[in-house]
Design a protein around this ligand. Structure first.
Ligand code: ACO
Length: 244
């Protein structure tokens, strides 16, 4: 079968038809879908971030030509995205269908900015972080960002990729109009996030959790499980305020 890939009308009104003789088999190579528009990442101004990059890198120029910062793609199931997440927490056995269904739901909502770093030499996802947009009625129907699921493959840590992926989604939050961005983290990572502009808000930096997947209902304080009845202690939330 012959495919017509381009039809143009020139000045004299002559119809020009450019034919693509590629066989259908080659054509079958499916286009992958981005979760969100990758061009937004090229517009982010990394000089706005208090993070110190030495040498300077950004999402558009990540320092090496084999490093690519981009939105998650539906094909990333085959690039080890879930295996990377398993270095952060338990992922479970997620089938391709489950992955693609979740990807479509996230894309349809428009509020999920799962962002990854790919090692293009290996066709492998080596870093990830998610910005999730929360829509509010308060502050004139404002939107705020939540930073979730930050991880860098342990073979690539200590090379600024953690900073790169967190700053990318943080600038992205500001770019799309969030008035603030917050995250929950373990105590040992507070310094890491502080170096990227996040702060513990005095009197308002607690993070509390109730779990429904464990019995009896429990509140978590970092890694320590507490019974809800004596949960006076809580863990911490760090915020990045774009209005100040
Ligand atoms: C909101 C959330 O998702 S919190 C969950 C965070 N993720 C995890 O804990 C998963 C396991 N850890 C990781 O994947 C990585 O260690 C990350 C993402 C935390 C950091 O990634 P890296 O690529 O190593 O970070 P990067 O090289 O950019 O280091 C930045 C700085 O943070 C410091 N840092 C990195 N990891 C840690 C850590 N675990 N504890 C304390 N400091 C750290 C580094 O020393 C470095 O400091 P410097 O700039 O003064 O040299």
């Amino acid at each position: 079968m012959v495919r017509c890939s381009e039809v143009r009308v020139n000045i004299k009104g002559m119809l020009k038809v450019k034919v693509n003789l590629k066989h259908n088999k080659k054509y079958k190579k499916q286009q992958e879908t981005y979760l969100y528009d990758p061009n937004i990442l090229l517009k982010l101004n990394f000089h706005q971030s208090p993070a110190k990059f030495e040498p300077f890198i950004s999402a558009a120029y990540p320092g090496e030509n084999w490093i690519k910062v981009r939105p998650l793609k539906d094909g990333d199931y085959d690039r080890g995205f879930l295996q990377l997440l398993s270095q952060l927490t338990e992922v479970g056995h997620v089938t391709r269908t489950q992955f693609l269904t979740r990807f479509s739901q996230m894309k349809a909502s428009g509020d999920y900015y799962v962002t990854v770093i790919e090692d293009t030499r290996k066709n492998e996802i080596i870093g990830a972080a998610s910005l999730i947009v929360e829509r509010k009625f308060i502050h004139n129907c404002a939107i705020r960002g939540r930073l979730e699921d930050v991880v860098v493959n342990d073979n690539y840590r200590g090379k600024q990729l953690g900073k790169l992926i967190v700053v990318t989604v943080s600038l992205l939050a500001q770019h799309i109009g969030c008035y603030k961005m917050s995250l929950d983290c373990k105590d040992k990572l507070i310094k890491f996030y502080e170096s990227l502009g996040y702060a513990l808000i005095p009197g308002n930096a607690n993070s509390m959790t109730i779990r429904y997947d464990e019995e009896p209902f429990t509140v978590r304080h970092n890694n320590t499980m507490l019974d809800v009845s004596d949960a006076n202690t809580v863990s911490q939330t760090v915020s990045l305020d774009f209005s100040s």
